[in-house]
Design a protein around this ligand. Structure first.
Ligand SMILES: [Zn+2]
Length: 133
């Protein structure tokens, strides 16, 4: 499954990280294009296909590996899926899974699996259990 949301950090030496989110591949590309332009490069029509391929392969890597990096001039860009594309383990969902990946288990595709799972105290893991940390 492809991630729909990405967390992006743009880092330049000596500056705080500029953190962004992208709601999909188009916004991710816009952020990367913005960085390239901010680094003083002009993007010509001839550059688009190569850049789209580069950004697309970085996105694939982020989807599969959970992390991808790009560098343009003095800027480093890291890309992570905001929702894990592959939850770490199939089957029973634990309360710590829900705490770690709320976007996936509460609001995302993992909701049904989370609702079908209960903690050691008998509460559904989507409900707050008074005994779980
Ligand atoms: Zn519990």
């Amino acid at each position: 499954m492809e991630s729909l949301m990405y967390r992006i950090a743009i880092v330049r030496k000596g500056q705080p990280a500029d953190r962004r989110t992208a709601a999909g591949p188009g916004e991710l590309r816009d952020v990367v294009y913005g960085v390239i332009r901010a680094e003083g490069s002009t993007i010509t029509d001839a550059d688009h296909s190569g850049l789209i391929e580069l950004i697309g392969s970085a996105r694939d890597m982020a989807d599969i590996e959970g992390f991808a990096g790009l560098e343009f001039g003095a800027a480093s860009i890291t890309i992570r899926p905001a929702t894990p594309s592959r939850p770490e383990k199939p089957g029973k969902v634990t309360p710590s899974d829900v705490r770690r990946y709320p976007a996936y288990y509460i609001a995302g595709d993992g909701r049904a699996a989370a609702e079908a799972s209960s903690c050691d105290h008998g509460y559904r893991v989507t409900d707050s259990c008074p005994c779980c940390p």
